[in-house]
Design a protein around this ligand. Structure first.
Ligand code: GLU
Length: 297
């Protein structure tokens, strides 16, 4: 088998519990789990419920149940971001000097017409960079990115190859604590990946453009940068990203046939030749070396 032993490998799947697992998130879950297993590593599940306003009650439990039915079990206790806010607070304290209060609302930022970062966030024009204008009150806390020239982040993605982003023009200063009081995803994910010792991030390509911001934060916090592998995003026939509402997976407890069918579909999307496995055990036996042959040298 084309795998290498790497006792230090730690990977993770980090779903946001905004609805049930759908075919798109299963692809990310499967890819991260296969990569961990192909490296004889540790695979973790982390519930990214830091945005409590978007979390749907019961969704995290459903996601964990479904992963279990598919044969994907976290190797360590599942962690929940909503229960780890002290870690984000502590990291934030270490960033003092790089952060400033911002009084702008979404409309004001969009009106500046600098355009949008690839993830849809409006690029911040720097209005409050040098202090809040008189009469403005702080809404969010923003991280200052370096001036153009010193702002280039480059990394090697295991699928996309070399990725380069200029933070000043392609992201602008970004939010660490949101106007609604929640810590931003960018901060929480960096703190968690570092605290959990994650060596390899395998996730959907919709997060490729967030990676440079995360690497910038890792450098400021003086924590290691993991390796990254971004898998293609599953889209429906109209080219739209699947949503949690449209593509929920129905795999009833004990229905191994449905579990294997869901996994086979995701494996096919990942370009893996798995044949027609008759059981979960058979699926995993074939899928791990198939993944290793493509992605592990
Ligand atoms: N929680 C994110 C999502 O569900 C994934 C974050 C990550 O993998 O870094 O889209």
């Amino acid at each position: 088998m084309n795998t290498r032993s790497n006792g230090g490998y730690v990977g993770r799947f980090a779903p946001s519990p905004t609805g049930p697992l759908h075919a798109g998130s299963l692809v990310a879950a499967l890819a991260s789990c296969l990569d961990a297993r192909a490296h004889h590593g540790t695979w973790l599940v982390r519930i990214e419920d830091i945005d409590e306003g978007r979390s749907v009650p019961g969704a995290a439990g459903e996601i964990l149940d479904l992963l279990h039915r598919l044969g994907m079990e976290s190797d360590r206790e599942v962690v929940w971001q909503s229960r780890r806010k002290h870690l984000y607070e502590a990291a934030y304290d270490r960033l003092a000097g790089h952060v400033y209060p911002c009084g702008c609302n979404r409309r004001e930022i969009a009106d500046s017409r600098l355009g949008f970062a690839p993830d849809g966030a409006a690029i911040y024009p720097g209005t409050c960079r040098h202090g809040l204008a008189p009469g403005r009150s702080p809404r969010s806390l923003r991280l200052r990115v370096p001036e153009a020239g010193a702002d280039v982040i480059t990394f090697q993605d295991r699928v996309a190859g070399v990725v380069t982003q200029r933070l000043a023009s392609e992201s602008g200063d970004f939010v660490l604590k949101r106007a609604d009081g929640y810590w931003a995803y960018q901060l929480a994910v960096v703190v968690d990946d570092a605290e959990q010792g994650v060596t390899d991030v395998v996730r959907g390509a919709d997060l490729l453009d967030s990676t440079p911001r995360q690497i910038f934060l890792q450098r400021l916090l003086n924590v290691p940068t993991p390796r990254y592998l971004h898998v293609p995003v599953v889209r429906n026939a109209n080219g739209e990203k699947l949503s949690k509402q449209t593509g929920a997976l129905a795999v009833r407890p004990g229905d191994e046939e449905a579990a294997v069918a869901a996994l086979r579909q995701s494996a096919g999307f990942l370009g893996l030749e798995v044949g027609e496995p008759g059981s979960l055990e058979a699926f995993w036996r074939v899928a791990v070396p198939a993944w290793a042959a493509l992605h592990v040298s």
